[in-house]
Design a protein. Structure first.
Length: 136
């Protein structure tokens, strides 16, 4: 018996693909050229179609209220809060009187109490279902 030769299922079609791509590219470029020839661009006779006119700027003087310095309102004196009264400074040349009572300072504001924070212990990881190299 004679052995039959079977054709391979895949034949070399790279030449056909190249020919189709080249033809498509040539037709596209040709079509663009044909469309450009149908609608030629308008040629200007020498004077441009668009004329640019510079804008006219009219300067006006400043209003009177803008040229004067602004009148700032007088701000009232604000007393500081939670600060003990400080005694007036005395010159260094005079000795301090012996019987002068010491100034009483205001009590310091109470510090907020801190509470203890407990961090939970993380749960143990479960054992792997199958023993593999990565789980060793």
């Amino acid at each position: 018996m004679e052995k039959q030769k079977r054709k391979s299922g895949r034949s070399d079609v790279s030449g056909l693909k190249w020919a189709i791509s080249t033809a498509a590219f040539a037709v596209t470029i040709g079509g663009w050229g044909w469309l450009a020839a149908q609608n030629p661009p308008e040629v200007a006779a020498g004077e441009p179609m668009i004329t640019i006119v510079p804008p006219s700027v009219a300067y006006q003087p400043l209003p009177d209220w803008l040229s004067q310095s602004p009148a700032l309102p007088v701000l009232p004196t604000v007393a500081p809060l939670n600060v003990p009264d400080m005694p007036a400074r005395q010159p260094a040349a005079q000795p301090a009187p012996a019987a002068a009572p010491a100034p009483v300072a205001a009590p310091a504001p109470a510090q907020p109490t801190l509470r203890e924070v407990i961090v939970p212990v993380p749960a143990p990881r479960p054992a792997p279902a199958a023993r593999t190299r990565s789980s060793r």
